[in-house]
Design a protein. Sequence first.
Lengths: 318, 299
Amino acid sequence: MSVTTLSSDALAQRQPNWIVRLFDYKPFLIVMCLAPAIGLLTVFLTYPLGLGVWLAFTDTTIGRRGIFVGIENFQYLLTDPLWWNAVFYSVFYTGVATFGKFALGFWLALLLNNHFPFKSLLRAIVLLPWIVPTVLSALAFWWIYDPQFSIISYLLVDVLHWRDSNIDFLGSPWPARFSLIAANIWRGIPFVAISLLAGLQTISPSLYEAAMLDGASAWQRFRYITFPMMLPILAIVMTFSIIFTFTDFQLVYAITRGGPVNSTHLLATLAFQRGIAGGELGEGAAIAVSMIPFLVFATLFSYFGLARRKWQQGEAND
Amino acid sequence: MTETAAQSTVADAKAPPDTMAWDSGLRRLMMIYLPLGCFVLILLFPFYWMAITSFKPNAELMNYRDNNPFWISSPTLAHIKHLLFNTAYPQWLKTTMLVAIGSTTLSLIASTLAAYAIERLRFRGSPYVGLGIYLAYLVPPSILFIPLATVVVQFGLFDSPLALILVYPTFLVPFCTWLLIGYFKSIPYELEECALVDGATRLQILRRITLPLAVPGLISAGIFSFTLSWNEFIYALAFIQSGANKTVPVAILTELVTGDVYQWGALMAGSLLGSLPVAIFYSLFVDYYVSSLTGAVKE
């Protein structure tokens, strides 16, 4: 008798109530843990993504539900010189800015990989442009590019006497395009440099020692050790960089808003102008959707970069 | 260039040791310190320019002939005073702070749980859930903001900071989840097994063992989310209309840029004040930033 009471007591202690037991039931726990993240992402990411594709095939405007119009929006875009212009500038902007960012960022990473005093302080300073809100540093660039009071013009005209007149940075198409690219490179260098620096630090010094014993020159060491070892991380960082440069919005919107005469519109700013400012949601969505093929291309690039890394490490490495 | 290279190799080969040391010192200066100096100068100049502009009186701002533009002869607080007392700047700061803290808290909770489930509860298909969340990070806001605007309107959240708090996790959760998966991976599984053997429930394990050990990861994820949501622009621009509810980056661009003559002093003062919170935050947690940035890339 006493034995049974004891055991049931112990049982009651071990399994206090059903809530605790439920939370120890693994499938339930998994669902509960994943629910907030998956829920948020489904409602505010997957659903809008699908909705965006649907909107691109309708003539929705703000305040009016649209009807399905097939590929009319896209047909219109193909005849729209502004869209072609935006495609051209998006590709050009991404290409030139990515090249600049990686050339300068890689260089900066190699420089930071040396030993010198105040290294961590310097690394902290270098990352600053990436931390500060882009729009706010873009405003600083807008002021630096001012037609009358540009500090660059002041330096070139009044201090160095290299030019006779101020540079009109944002007044005509090509200077405006390059000014924006310069601002984008400025903002992108820190991210590239710090990510690549992390990659550089994982390369074993013994490889360099072996190469030096074999009489490899500095260039050969870079070409045959540093560069191949950095390829996987370069591929990943570059994918991120390409995706976020191609879909850039803030810099252009803050500095030129697509002007002068629509010459600096990226696809994102054009989508905003048509979709939100102009109210043509369907057409704006179509412009946004037209970015997807480029993004898929960049993602595949990343995938193969990752696959290559696994292959290099010999086996599946999660 | 080739000539100097040739000279230096000759010097390397023949010169006595002390000349060689000097030569390599000079070489080091030219090859490392000089380019580094240029990089730092260019990377920091816009901030210097921003700071110096916000304390310059208007007369000095528009006259480079009589004043050295790189220095202030009579610093003034007029621009900052104007911002704080004649505009809704304090209100914008408050809204931005609210949105950043709200969305950071929300995404930290969601991504901690998700990362724990994916990394430690290991179920069939957990790698695919992880991959799905990673792919979500590759969807840029620029292709989402138009449909999201209609979703926000449907939910009756248009022009409300709550919309931003709910929407920002779309780019914060993927990032934080991947960061935390990495941290959870580094915590020895044996610790959890011991606790399981001792009769702890899963939730107790998460609270008493895994989370305390993952604190550095949580701090990294938290400060990163805070910075990203403080800096966010396109959603805040598209979903908020009334002046009082705007976040700092949007408000400066849409409320302070008025007319044809730009108030550069006030604009730069606004940018400086808007950058300060993240800059201070950054200076306190530099190492966490660097580790989370590089950790997320390496994952």
